[in-house]
Structures are given as C-alpha cells and as structure tokens.
Write a protein that binds this ligand. Structure first.
Ligand SMILES: [Zn+2]
Length: 246
C-alpha cells in the first residue's frame, strides 16, 4: 500500500500563521505532523510512504515550495493508493475537519470516515470536537475547489487539523507529544480502512561469540559477530566459536 504524504505549504508559502503562540506557521506544523505520520506508517506491514516535500524545502525560507501542480504530478506518477494532505485551519473557529473531492468514490468516503473516527476519538481527550460536519467535500471548502483532491488519480483526503489562530489549539499544535498522538490516530484510521496489519516484533536471535574460551560478545547483530571474529583472527587467537543462545 503506497501513501503519498503531502505536508501543506512550505518554502516561501508559510500557510496560515498563528496570531498567538509565537507566530507558529502552518507549513512547519504540517511538516512535523507529516514526519510523525510517516513514522507511524512504519509500524504497519506493507505500507510504503513518500512525501511531496521535506525539511529541505521548508527550512530555508523562502526556498521554492513544491508547487501544487508538481505535488499532483508526483503523486499520479507514483501510482499511490492514497494521497494524504495535512493542513491546519485558520480564520476563527475550532476543531477538526477533513475534505475529499466532490463526487469521490465510496472507497474514498470510507477512508475519510475511518480517519475522522480515529482522530475525533483522540481529540475527545482534549475536549476538542469536529468543526461543523467533520466529513466535507471540497465544494464546501472556502475556495470551493481543492486541486490536490480533484486532480490526483488516487483516493485523496485533506485534513484540517485544528485552528492555528485558536489559542488553545495553537498551544497543542506546538506540543510534539500531542502531534505524535494525532499522527498515530490518523494512521490508525488509514490502517483500518486499508486493512493494514501491525508488524509483529519477533525477538531477534542472539549469538554468543567465544574467543579462546572467553565470552567476547552476545549479540543479535551479524556485523558485531563479524567484527569480533575479524578481530580475533587478526590477533591470531586459537579458537573462535559462535553459538546460538536464548
Ligand atoms: Zn493549508
């Protein structure tokens, strides 16, 4: 399952800037959230993640951002299954909402609902709810047409994660732990919609390397075993044994 994560804005385009909270920029929140979302996808089997922009195109303002057309072309060329665009809201209000393209297929609507369910249940713990009807289509957006939703070939969902100009929500958007929980909820929603399974961490097999009757190393890493053996050989030891332990 391939997902293209699209951190909104970037480069000279800061997105919305919070009037409170030391001028927190939407572009930076979106990027941080995107990285966390990427990390959480790593916990699921078969999830492949790419990004439409990275730190390089946001840290050096005013570097050119990856323009919308480029992002769309990139996503369409990767044959992704999902385009996930991350933003924060502004303009007075509170809460979470998500958008899909008007007329998007049932599959996309299901993905949107699965994400909404997980995110809203997470936000409940912070006494934050939806912004109006949480599942919207882009004809209900301020600009009434969202190119990254309409012009991408795969299922595409855009999340407006809280209001950057709302004092309480701005504070949360500055909190990495909060963002990590939000990222986890987003990925949980996607995983539910796509039936992704969490990776099982198998205990690694440990080996003990003995050199001339003495324990040299207990390790699960092949490279450490190799290093130990190489060292023992180069110092002309007589006996090297490698035995499975545990
Ligand atoms: Zn935005």
């Amino acid at each position: 399952m391939k997902v293209v994560i699209d951190p909104g804005h970037g480069g000279s385009d800061t997105g919305a800037v919070g009037a409170v909270g030391f001028g927190l920029r939407e572009a930076d929140v979106a990027l941080q959230l995107a990285e966390l979302v990427g990390e959480h996808f790593g916990k699921y089997e078969g999830a492949v993640v790419t990004f439409t922009r990275n730190r390089n195109t946001s840290s050096s303002y005013p570097a050119p951002p990856a323009g919308l057309r480029k992002r769309i072309a990139y996503a369409n060329n990767t044959n992704a299954d999902l385009f996930l665009s991350l933003h924060c809201n502004a303009g007075g209000g509170s809460g979470f909402e998500s958008y899909i393209a008007k007329g998007a297929p049932a599959r996309t609507q299901r993905i949107q609902k699965a994400i909404n369910d997980q995110v809203l249940s997470y936000l409940k713990g912070y006494n934050i709810g939806p912004h109006g009807q949480p599942a919207k289509n882009d004809s209900q957006a301020a600009r009434s047409r969202i190119a990254v939703l309409q012009d991408t070939k795969m299922s595409a969902v855009l999340l407006e994660c809280l209001f950057i100009d709302n004092a309480k929500e701005n504070k949360l958007l500055c909190d990495r732990q909060f963002l990590d929980g939000l990222a986890k909820a987003i990925v949980k929603g996607v995983a539910a919609a796509f039936g992704l399974k969490e990776k099982v961490n198998k205990p690694k097999q440990m080996y003990r390397v003995m050199v001339d009757g003495k324990e040299a190393v207990d390790t699960a890493y092949e490279s450490k075993i190799n290093d130990t053996v190489t060292r023992a050989i180069s110092s002309q030891k007589n006996e090297i044994t490698i035995r499975k332990i545990m």
